[in-house]
Ligand binder design. Structure first.
Ligand SMILES: N[C@@H](CCC(=O)N[C@@H](CS)C(=O)NCC(=O)O)C(=O)O
Length: 210
């Protein structure tokens, strides 16, 4: 398997899932900060110009939630509870993570894509931060309802990266507390092989931003 990835992007959740399931994979770095995601040859892989993308025997899968779901099915682990209703609930929370939390971050990080002028972009950024706080609150509410006695799974990898973003990105400062989400991140950091991947990603990201 080949994972197209940019350090500290949401694709890190897929790296963690692949690592946790001991699925052999190659990581191809596509620098989203320098715009490589929006250029060929990557646009031929994902015309939306976003990582992650997963190549499995020539079949390309994009979208974090779909890739994580595939990794859980392929690796035979990763669903906290494999019953259809529990899987649906986990998928629901991952869709909130992608459609609400990640989408708000995108508006904060790239407001000019959503506005015709710098003034309008500043307003978009300010509104997006309000939306981000509400999105994290909903993610936190859902994470708080989960049984923490279960093995780590794909929702933990997804939510854990969003917890890291909240701590590391300047725009994450001053948001409402999310203790259950932070505890997910701590569980990942306390798992040596996952911590190694996270530390490597942080180091690569730091080198990338200079
Ligand atoms: N809905 C997509 C969003 C992926 C996404 O936004 N990826 C970002 C990195 S976190 C990206 O590649 N951005 C590059 C760009 O927008 O230019 C998913 O969850 O996979």
């Amino acid at each position: 398997m080949r994972l197209y990835h940019s350090p500290m992007s949401i694709a890190l959740a897929c790296r963690l899932a692949l690592t946790a399931a001991d699925i052999g994979h190659e990581v191809v770095i596509v620098n989203s900060l320098s715009g490589e995601t929006k250029q060929e040859p990557f646009l031929s892989i994902n015309p939306l110009g976003e990582v992650p993308a997963l190549d499995h025997d020539g079949a390309i899968v994009t979208q974090t939630v779909a890739i994580l779901s595939f990794i859980a099915d392929h690796g035979g682990q990763g669903w906290a509870d494999p019953t259809p209703i529990e899987r649906a609930k986990e998928l629901s929370t991952m869709i909130v993570a992608a459609a609400e939390v990640q989408a708000a971050w995108k508006m904060i990080n790239r407001p000019n894509r959503y506005a015709p002028s710098d003034t309008a972009a500043a307003e978009v950024g300010a509104q997006a931060r309000i939306r981000l706080d509400a999105a994290y609150a909903e993610l936190e509410r859902r994470i708080a309802l989960r049984d923490t006695g279960k093995a780590l799974g794909i929702l933990d990898y997804h939510a854990g990266v969003l917890a890291l973003w909240k701590i590391m990105a300047p725009a994450g400062q001053g948001l409402s507390p999310t203790p259950h989400l932070d505890a997910v991140k701590d569980r990942l950091m306390n798992t040596p092989k996952l911590r190694q991947v996270i530390d490597e990603d942080i180091a690569n990201y730091t080198a990338m931003v200079g």
